[in-house]
Design a protein around this ligand. Structure first.
Ligand SMILES: NC(=O)c1ccc[n+]([C@@H]2O[C@H](COP(=O)([O-])OP(=O)(O)OC[C@H]3O[C@@H](n4cnc5c(N)ncnc54)[C@H](OP(=O)(O)O)[C@@H]3O)[C@@H](O)[C@H]2O)c1
Length: 288
């Protein structure tokens, strides 16, 4: 890290746990207390979301009409932290929908870790730890409608698809022929959360970063395999009728509980929007 905590542009305020005070934004989620530290024997499964005060994680993009992180809350300071979480990952778990958006040229961004110069330190961070240049990618899909771009196939990452055992074998065969590894992690057409994480751990992955949305989060939560939610709360109300929130699915019974690990206030350099960066650890319900 080259920059010190010299101005509010570069720092956020630690609110919890105390003692409070300014800390650098860069490196926040790579700090030992917050960075993912799973092993294949004990995988660490984490997700990251930015949500508005009224709970929107996505709205239709005005140009493409595809659902995206709302422009009114997407911002480079949160994106920096997402990139840090990706830098720590052994595998990124994404969705069939994201791959279709990528192929159609309407994806929000390329999969991290970004090659842009401002993230060069994250590539160095991986190199220093003898990690592969980029995390692997696991695409969760039921439809198998996956026009995986050649650029992604030849990006030097291991590419997996995770799907159910009922998957169309001609489609899985075609993907295998393109160098994709197929994980069958469900009995029907869908991937099941517990089997998905077990299969990724068996492939040697410890830090498993879920970058998809509320449907996959549901699969992980109902299986009780999510460990940590990194949640940015943007202090803005957006409205809009065609929106998604953090979770899609039946009412959770019991509810999924989380314990706050850390909270930071970001009031600097975000074009006037305040935001809170929280890390929340999943608390499994008592057994028996
Ligand atoms: N605000 C934020 O921080 C944030 C973060 C992440 C995502 N988002 C937004 O959330 C929206 C939805 O994201 P998303 O589509 O990537 O994720 P998603 O809603 O969790 O997943 C939907 C897609 O993933 C596949 N899928 C999910 N769970 C599956 C399962 N158990 N078995 C088989 N396939 C499964 C399906 O692919 P197939 O259709 O191929 O079967 C489906 O189309 C997007 O608008 C995105 O921008 C926002």
């Amino acid at each position: 890290m080259t920059k010190g905590p010299s101005s509010s542009q570069e720092t956020v305020l630690r609110l919890f746990p105390g003692p409070g005070g300014p800390v650098p934004l860069r490196g926040l989620y790579l700090d030992e207390s917050l960075r993912p530290s799973g092993t294949p024997a004990r995988p660490f499964v984490y997700a990251s979301f930015i949500a508005s005060l009224d709970g929107r994680i996505s709205l239709p993009d005005p140009d493409t009409q595809t659902r995206k992180v709302p422009r009114a809350i997407a911002n480079p300071r949160d994106w920096r932290l997402v990139q840090e979480l990706a830098a720590a990952a052994d595998v990124l778990v994404t969705s069939g929908r994201y791959i279709r958006d990528l192929a159609a040229g309407v994806a929000q961004d390329n999969l991290p870790v970004s090659d842009k110069p401002e993230f060069a330190d994250l590539h160095e961070w991986r190199r220093a730890r003898s990690l592969t240049p980029q995390p692997a990618v696991a695409i969760v899909t039921g439809s198998l409608d996956l026009p995986i771009p050649e650029a992604l196939l030849h990006s030097g990452r291991r590419i997996y698809i995770a799907t159910g055992a009922a998957a169309d074998t001609s489609r899985t065969g075609a993907l295998t022929a393109r160098g994709v590894h197929v994980l069958q992690v469900g009995t029907g057409s869908r991937a099941e959360g517990r089997a998905l994480i077990a299969a990724l751990a068996k492939e040697g992955f410890g830090n498993i970063f879920m970058t998809a949305g509320s449907v996959l989060l549901n699969a992980l939560l109902t299986a009780g395999v999510l460990n940590c939610l990194y949640l940015t709360q943007a202090c803005r109300i957006l409205g809009g009728r065609a929106f998604e929130t953090l979770h899609t699915g039946e009412e959770l019974n019991p509810p999924a509980d989380f314990k706050l690990r850390s909270l930071f206030y970001d009031g600097g350099g975000n074009g006037g929007i305040d935001q809170l960066f929280g890390a929340l650890d999943y608390v499994a319900p008592p057994t028996g």
